[in-house]
Design a binder for this molecule. Structure first.
Ligand code: F6R
Length: 619
């Protein structure tokens, strides 16, 4: 949450920082700001609203300087406003600071600083850091930052400049991400890799409790005690074009269409000549055999992938498996120990609750395996082993390709463990591998149907908008499914509410009669996932129950299923024939697209939905 950018070099900082912030806007977008040093003074511009408002302002009235910091905000303390936007200054306007995270003891620090005469202008927690650094400053910005950090409690990444030391850009991190981009005669700070990729592919991932001191020719890393640390430079092996829209109207649409390719890569890279390999797994086969249970912990969409994992792991590996949302797991006394394999799933690898859950599990002695997309992220680094999903950068706030990539990794891990523990006969395993390998091509086929801008899902979405207005906005969505597609019902509802702000609920279809059926009349649109499976007949009964009460049914069914048409459904979505075990990634595609087209019909900002941010680095 919140994006940080910093630049030091010979070029004008303003446009470099604006470009970097545009690549970080997915992290927050309620206000943005820049500060540079020109001569011996700080130049500052900050604005409420999206980055384009700040950019327009700077276009007509630019700020100069070859060193600067920038920020795109997701408000925690203090409403989105010009004043609360970052950067923040000290009393005398000598230093400027941007911050990502939460300072938990800011009230106590603020009171103390106010008593000492410091004047605050904003309602943010961030401003205390600027005043603390001011308090400790006596000619050495790095030392002042270091002393200030010792007083802070909470999570943070920050970047600081001081007008009396215009050749130094200082960054620090504790529990929020920060990287250094290493250039030629210039260096960069950023919350995430895409922000520096226009300029360099060499990055240093700062660890927790590290400070980076950047001049234009040098990067020095120290720990919070002031000791110098040798940090290696990593090479990024993907291109900035992957973080661009490539002709698609929205990142979300582009990322939906990338899914067949992502799945193909995952399966081809990991499954070769009949054997599965996970190069960063670290957990030995002997260790795997000893685990008595599996605990999966994640948030949001990643949690839904984890729920699907439970179905397949218990089914094929015959090992008890429970799934928890990270924020619940971390505050109870979880029953995990050294006989538990803890799997944490996270696209960003920075989600604060998942990171805290991981640490809690480690404290209980559990071995943690991360399924993660972002290389070098905190979750990946703090876990014992990691399986990267290699889905490429996911920019749209609503997660799509990361979800199906997580599913693909869970399938591979399940089959790997089933083979290792001999819980599935070899002939059945081979058949399952074969079927899994078909999924990317089936998905490609499915996506091809939705290539034309006006397709059946766009038409359904149009129909929904009309109905919504006819019914005076009383219409909402229910998503029902059973068994292995139940997590998809939750995911379909989450996608819709995230980007179209329409009420949507996912439910196990068998639970309908225990309450939710009271909601059914002619208002709700009910998406029923009724693909061919062992629970197909039960789903059909649910459809009949909804139709008997005048509900509108969108059925997701298997291609060629003639029977479904006899149940008076209103709309049909077909997915290719596949073993029910592997249907979730295919079912996910129309669910994502339906949410996308509904949001588009209503004219919402699909890639940057209100109140959300891509990487939730605060609790
Ligand atoms: C939904 C979505 C969120 C994330 C959740 C976890 O579209 O994007 O629900 O899935 O915030 O994020 P990661 O996977 O980065 O831990």
């Amino acid at each position: 949450m919140c994006g940080i950018a910093g630049y030091i070099g010979d070029r004008e900082a303003q446009d470099i920082l604006l470009k970097s912030l545009s690549r970080l806007e997915y992290r927050g977008y309620d206000s943005a700001g820049l500060a540079t040093i020109k001569g011996r003074s700080i130049q500052l511009v900050k604005k409420q609203g999206k980055l384009k408002i700040l950019s327009a302002d700077l276009k007509s009235d630019p700020i100069e300087g070859a060193i600067g910091i920038g920020h795109t905000r997701w408000a925690t303390h203090g409403i989105p406003s010009d004043i609360n936007a970052h950067p923040h200054l000290d009393c005398k306007g000598k230093l400027a600071l941007v911050h990502n995270g939460i300072i938990e003891n800011y009230l106590e620090l603020k009171e103390k600083l106010q008593k000492e005469g410091h004047k605050f202008t904003s309602q943010t927690d961030t401003e205390v850091i600027a005043h603390l650094i001011e308090k400790f400053y006596s000619g050495d910005i790095v030392e002042a930052v270091r002393k200030a950090l010792k007083k802070l409690r909470g999570s943070y990444a920050m970047a600081v400049i001081h007008k009396d030391e215009p050749a130094k850009l200082v960054g620090a991190r504790c529990d929020s991400p920060l990287i250094v981009g290493v250039g030629q005669g210039e260096n960069f700070l950023a919350s995430d890799v895409p922000a520096v990729l226009d300029h360099t592919k060499d990055v240093i991932y700062l660890n927790n409790r590290e400070i980076a001191v950047l001049t234009k020719d040098h990067v020095l890393v120290k720990d919070f005690e002031g000791r110098k640390i040798n940090r290696k430079v990593s090479k990024i092996n993907w291109d900035i074009s992957q973080a661009e829209k490539a002709g698609y109207r929205h990142f979300m649409l582009k990322e939906i269409f990338e899914q067949s390719g992502v799945l193909n890569n995952i399966l081809n890279e990991r499954y070769k000549k009949g054997s599965i390999s996970f190069e960063e797994l670290k957990i030995s086969d002997d260790e795997f055999k000893k685990f008595k249970r599996i605990a999966i912990v994640a948030c949001g969409t990643a949690y839904h992938a984890g729920l699907t994992g439970k179905y397949i792991l218990e089914d094929l590996v015959k090992i008890p498996c429970w799934v928890d949302v990270s924020s619940e797991f971390r505050y109870r006394n979880p029953l995990v120990d050294k006989e538990t394999l803890m799997i944490v799933i996270s696209q960003s690898g920075e989600t604060a609750d998942t990171l805290a859950a991981l640490r809690e599990a480690k404290r209980h002695g559990a071995k943690v395996l991360a399924i993660c997309n972002v290389l070098g992220s905190s979750i990946a680094r703090e876990s014992y082993g990691v399986i990267y999903t290699h889905a490429g950068p996911e920019i749209a706030v609503a997660s799509t390709k990361a979800y199906t990539a997580q599913l693909a990794v869970l399938y591979l891990l399940t089959l790997y463990l089933a083979r290792l523990k001999k819980t599935v006969a070899a002939s059945k395993l081979n058949a399952l591998f074969k079927e899994l390998k078909r999924v990317p091509a089936l998905m490609e086929e499915l996506l091809a149907e939705y290539k034309p801008d006006y397709n059946i899902l766009a038409a359904y979405a149009q129909g929904f908008r009309k109905y919504y207005h006819e019914k005076h906005n009383k219409t909402f969505f229910l998503y029902l499914a059973r068994n292995i597609n139940y997590p998809n019902a939750l995911e379909g509802a989450l996608k819709l509410k995230e980007i179209s702000y329409i009420s949507a609920e996912g439910y196990p279809a068998g639970e309908m009669k225990h309450g939710p059926i009271a909601l059914i009349d002619e208002n709700p649109w009910v998406v029923c996932i009724a693909v061919k499976s062992r629970t197909y007949d039960k789903m059909v009964s649910n459809i009949q129950e909804i139709k008997a009460r005048n509900g509108i049914v969108i059925a997701i069914a298997t291609e060629g299923d003639k029977e479904i048409l006899h149940h008076n459904i209103n709309y049909l979505i077909e997915i290719p024939k596949v073993d029910e075990l592997f249907s979730p990634p295919l079912v996910a595609v129309p669910l994502q697209l339906l949410a996308y087209y509904v949001a588009r019909e209503f004219g919402y900002d699909i890639d940057q939905p209100r109140n959300l941010a891509k990487s939730v680095t605060v609790e």
